[in-house]
Design a protein around this ligand. Structure first.
Ligand code: GRF
Length: 190
């Protein structure tokens, strides 16, 4: 649990692409009683669709299309300047360095489209289908230097049917993600 007295927890979100989790977090914080708000968005891609949500909701946003070391250096400066309390990764397609994770000194969360510790890394839905799993889902977890391995905050699962394919699974899991990420923030910011 992260403690803060008085103000709302300031959340920064790192994205690389379409940003539906970002959009959902913004909407959730506007429609529900939360003691957190999205205060900063950073993308490593200038054409990431998610940036438009930051623009639409007038949330400060930055684009750093640099190699990871420079990206991290620039991001760290903004995170400190904006006094961010928690960093959420949402479809951020880069691996943060051990140095960054140590230096940042705030909790970092990630959302992953599988029931960790199963199916770390990419192409989770393809592998779930190949292995004929009967359940899949999503996991919100803390970020540590070891990929997709930090302590689990929340998991949500769903049944995999014979007729499912990677595309149907990815749609269904994404809907679960949209419930899981705000719940995880509600949990750790309580
Ligand atoms: C999600 O499936 C998330 O689990 C994974 O990347 C995807 C991001 O989707 N880490 P979006 O950009 O939030 O729509």
């Amino acid at each position: 649990m992260v403690q803060l007295i008085g103000h709302k927890f300031k959340i920064a979100v790192f994205i690389s692409g379409r940003g539906t989790n970002l959009k959902n977090l913004i909407n959730f914080s506007k429609k529900n009683k939360t003691n957190w708000k999205i205060s900063l968005v950073i993308s490593n891609k200038k054409d990431a669709k998610g940036i438009k949500y930051a623009q639409h909701f007038k949330i400060p946003h930055k684009i750093f299309e640099n190699k990871i070391k420079i990206f991290e250096r620039k991001a760290l400066i903004v995170l400190k300047k904006k006094k961010i309390n928690i960093l959420c990764l949402a479809g951020f397609m880069r691996i943060l360095s051990k140095t960054f994770i140590k230096k940042i000194k705030i909790k970092i969360l990630n959302i992953h489209p599988s029931l960790l510790p199963k199916y770390k890394g990419m192409n989770t839905h393809e592998r779930v289908i190949q292995k004929k799993e009967t359940f899949t889902g999503c996991t919100v977890h803390y970020v540590t230097p070891k990929l997709d391995s930090g302590k689990i905050i929340i998991q949500k699962k769903l049944k995999v049917y014979k007729k499912d394919n990677p595309k149907t699974l990815s749609k269904k899991v994404l809907l679960l993600e949209h419930r899981a990420y705000p719940e995880a923030l509600q949990k750790i910011c309580s």
